[in-house]
Design a protein around this ligand. Structure first.
Ligand code: GLU
Length: 409
């Protein structure tokens, strides 16, 4: 099943629940703007995209990823999820996403800078603080954003810091952005455990992916009341029933670039990590990690999606039957775009917002969003999963906005 096919199936399930018409579903699924290009860098050619899924609530917003697996189907799906995420959080944004199909790990900084600039040369006309605002995603970071901002400003001949978020602080970024995705997920997990009355137990955790979000959530959970027993990255994984020392592991990862071979922990495969016996499984890698092939074997009680789209449509059904609670991506990883919104607001107004106020606002928004989703789930007597609850809330706002605009009747 392609990534986008998962979305088509989910929307078709919502048809009855939300009383959607066939042409409304079709309209929502159709991206509102697809831009594509072939980037030419040092004699090499890379396909690239920027796609706006929906812009009823505001300009497009969403990251740009550099990965060999990037394709139109994936970018389209990620853009759709951004529309839902922004709507769910109540942000004045539509949803968008971009990507370049290449492996950044095979190239040096100079080459990455060239790709970043080439991306902007191809797409600067469709980007802008009131059009579509990129941010970091898989294998892009604040340095990528700095190059992109610089190239954008060269192209338009003026400053416009709000055209991109996740920038370095020196260029108009905000400090809260770097670990915002993980922090948002942490608040959601804390709220979930409190709601379920299990916050005092020492819950065991497995984390798939040790990139920005995975690494930071590992640190936060390690400092909290959790025992992390399994961790992996794209090169391999480790397991220790007694708990992994995350402070040491982070140092190891920084030095060697991998988590495998850390200390004398047991090596485990990706499948073993996903199927490990833990309370919480955190998915922080890529799409379609839990599918109908392995869903039956999942032993975790709770799954938290800090990556986008890690659970397939078919897997959702199996996990629901098994009583496993999945905290969906559009809620669990929304902390990143929430702080992007603070950054963008600051850039657009020129006002410097008080950090203490933002920290409070951030927590309130994440906690409130969790309860909005959880309450919807209760409204349905727990007969739908949390993803469906989140989709209903998010789609409802988008549909209302489309109707008010007179684009959907
Ligand atoms: N790439 C992140 C996400 O998937 C952040 C997007 C943003 O800040 O615009 O949510």
């Amino acid at each position: 099943m392609s990534v986008f096919q998962n979305i088509v199936s989910r929307l078709s399930d919502l048809k009855g629940l939300m009383k959607l018409k066939e042409d409304e579903i079709k309209y929502l699924l159709e991206p509102q703007k697809i831009s594509s290009a072939t980037l030419k860098v040092d004699g090499k050619k890379f396909p690239a995209w920027r796609i706006i899924s929906n812009q009823a609530l505001g300009p497009g917003k969403g990251g740009v990823r550099f990965h060999p697996g990037v394709c139109e189907d994936e970018v389209k799906s990620l853009a759709f999820w951004m529309s839902l995420k922004n709507s769910l959080l109540g942000l004045p944004y539509g949803g968008a996403k971009g990507g370049v199909q290449f492996n950044p790990k095979e190239h040096d900084e100079i080459f990455l800078e060239k790709v970043s600039r080439a991306y902007i040369d191809s797409f600067y006309k469709v980007l802008g603080q009131d059009k579509d605002i990129p941010a970091p995603d898989v294998y892009t970071n604040s340095q990528t954003m700095a190059w992109m901002l610089d190239q954008y400003e060269k192209n338009i001949g003026e400053h416009q810091a709000g055209m991109i978020t996740g920038k370095p602080v020196e260029l108009g970024g905000i400090t809260l952005r770097s670990d915002a995705t993980a922090k948002g997920a942490y608040f959601v997990i804390s709220e979930l455990t409190k709601t379920l009355g299990i916050e005092d137990k020492e819950l065991t955790v497995a984390i798939q992916g040790f990139g920005n979000a995975g690494l930071n959530i590992a640190k936060m959970m390690y400092d909290g009341n959790f025992k992390i027993v399994a961790v992996n990255d794209s090169k391999g994984g480790i397991y220790n029933q007694a708990g992994i020392n995350i402070t040491e592991l982070v140092k190891f990862k920084e030095e060697y670039g991998v988590v495998s071979a850390f200390s004398d922990h047991q090596a485990i495969s990706n499948d073993e990590l996903l199927e490990s016996e833990v309370d919480i499984l955190i998915l922080g890698a890529l799409e379609n990690q839990i599918t109908k092939e392995n869903a039956e074997k999942i032993k975790a009680k709770y799954i938290v999606e800090i990556a986008n789209g890690p659970t397939s449509y078919e897997a959702d059904k199996i996990l629901f039957e098994k009583g496993i609670i999945v905290v969906p991506d559009i809620l669990a990883n929304a902390g990143g775009v929430l702080v992007s919104y603070f950054e963008w607001s600051q850039n657009r107004t020129g006002n410097i917002l008080d950090e203490e106020y933002l920290v409070k606002l951030f927590k309130n928004k994440m906690v409130q969003s969790f309860h909005n989703v959880y309450n919807k789930y209760l409204d349905f007597d727990k007969k739908i999963d949390l993803r469906t609850s989140a989709y209903i809330i998010a789609l409802d706002k988008i549909i209302k906005a489309e109707k008010l605009r007179g684009r959907m009747r």
